[in-house]
Design a protein around this ligand. Structure first.
Ligand code: I3P
Length: 457
């Protein structure tokens, strides 16, 4: 059984004061926090099943390895001052890349950073933020809480399930009902602007421009969960590669050993790091990302499952070793509760997305890295798939286009997105064909803080 995700208090997340190298201390804390927050990230018991044959075969992509070079001097390089932004509002912040900030569902708190440190915010898992209405003073406030306990009655609560299954946390703020604010990324903004005239428009979250709040910029977006009742959500990261070519080049030119990524790697596979990496207790980011890709189904199927949140509030992000097609089939079966109808709805939506991608001018001219397909369904049978997260989706030089279904070789910028989508469709077809012992029809009720699932006779 998956364990519920846990959150630490702001006290637990407090940043250290001055002292020895701030950067490396924070970096170290990031690793520690990750493991504290979501125990299920490390399910040592899970086995890597051998790949059971992808429906389509693409040559294994050539993976240029990036390891720490002797420049590191045989010991782990301490974080440099320029790895960090200056003190902002009294808080030392790590520089934000314009990388993906996975977004899904609804809103957030006035300032999550008040509660979560930036390092913790980069941990995975799930949190629920509820908008609680104070009936007495017609004043509202926001509360961060763990998923499973619902101490307020449904009438007191305007439920806002806020779901983030992948990417960086702490990047969302409350917005008008039905919308969310996502931390500004120039890249993502440009994508949304270009997508406004593209065939993909109906498959991406509604974009309502840039807004300023508390001195920060945000992308104002439609909340994808708004039309669902107790939604089930799955995040699948698409493509055979999850890092930009420029990240690879940067890592070669200026390797930045990271202790936090080393720790994350060791937590999943103690034999993952090379002898040199073990001695340095650090790995570079592309090296970590490449390792993640080979451990999961990214390299073998062109997509991977990042996380799942079920209608009852449980969440899982322990899919780092979910690699074979059969493993993925099993996860999908569990996710839909055995409902072939939901799978069929997803398949029909995926086929529409596939068609739209093949005719999209935007898609043709962008390297799509770190973008996810977000699956959402609920007990009413409503099922949707959305294309999300464009923080690392990059425009190609004028005149260059991508095929998205040929092997990646460094320099060609191919991302394998269409190949992954094809495999994803075949995988869901297998789920559908294998069927289930029962077609699941059930209703969900919530009473006395308890969610009850009732199967129809
Ligand atoms: C993270 C994941 C994120 C990546 C992050 C990784 O690993 O690959 O996509 O952020 O890099 O740590 P994991 O899934 O194992 O937690 P970007 O996509 O923004 O690069 P980071 O630690 O540099 O934020």
């Amino acid at each position: 059984m998956p364990k519920e995700c846990r959150r630490k208090t702001s006290k637990d997340c407090g940043l250290p004061g001055t002292g020895r190298n701030e950067g490396s201390r924070l970096e170290q804390r990031a690793g520690e926090k990750s493991s504290q927050i979501c125990d299920e990230l490390i399910q040592k018991a899970s086995q890597i099943a051998p790949s059971s044959g992808a429906p389509a075969v693409m040559d294994a992509p050539r993976v240029p390895q990036v390891t720490i070079t002797p420049e590191g001097g045989g010991t782990s390089r301490e974080m440099q001052q320029d790895d960090w932004d200056d003190v902002v509002d009294g808080t030392l912040r790590r520089k934000l890349s314009n990388s993906s900030i996975s977004s899904t569902g609804s809103s957030a708190v006035d300032s999550e950073d008040d509660i979560l440190s930036d390092n913790e915010s980069k941990s995975k898992g799930i949190i629920t933020l509820e908008h609680l209405v104070d009936t007495g003073e017609s004043k509202s406030w926001w509360k961060l809480k763990t998923i499973v306990h619902w101490p307020f009655s449904a009438t007191q609560r305007r439920r806002l399930n806020w779901v983030q299954l992948a990417g960086h946390k702490g990047n969302f703020k409350a917005a008008d009902e039905g919308t969310i604010l996502k931390k500004f990324s120039e890249n993502e903004m440009q994508c949304f602007e270009k997508l406004s005239n593209d065939t993909l428009l109906t498959f991406v979250p509604g974009y309502h421009g840039v807004v300023e709040k508390d001195g920060e910029s945000f992308l104002h977006m439609t909340d994808l969960l708004v039309n669902f009742d107790l939604p089930n959500v799955m995040d699948c990261k698409m493509g055979v590669r999850t890092y930009l070519e420029e990240e690879l080049v940067r890592a070669r030119e200026r390797p930045k050993p990271r202790e936090d990524l080393y720790k994350k790697m060791v937590e999943v596979d103690s034999e993952g790091p090379t002898a040199q990496e073990h001695s340095q207790q650090a790995v570079t980011k592309p090296r970590y990302m490449q390792w993640r890709e080979t451990m999961s189904s990214t390299n073998t199927l062109g997509f991977r499952i990042e996380g799942i949140k079920k209608y009852d509030g449980t969440c899982r992000t322990d899919f780092k070793k979910t690699r074979s097609k059969q493993d993925v089939i099993q996860v999908f079966k569990d996710f839909v509760g055995g409902s072939v109808n939901i799978i069929k709805s997803y398949l029909s939506r995926l086929t529409e997305i596939q068609h739209a991608l093949k005719t999209s001018e935007f898609f043709k001219r962008h390297e799509v890295i770190g973008s996810s397909l977000l699956f959402i369904h609920d007990h009413t049978g409503n099922a949707q798939v959305w294309i999300i997260d464009f923080g690392k989706t990059t425009r190609l030089p004028e005149g260059q286009t991508l095929q998205h279904d040929i092997p990646w070789q460094e320099g060609n910028r191919e991302d394998g997105y269409l190949w992954g989508l094809e495999n994803l469709i075949h995988t869901l077809e297998s789920v559908s064909n294998e069927g289930t012992s029962e077609e699941t029809c059930f209703s969900v009720t919530k009473e006395n803080n308890q969610t009850t699932k009732t199967y129809n006779q």
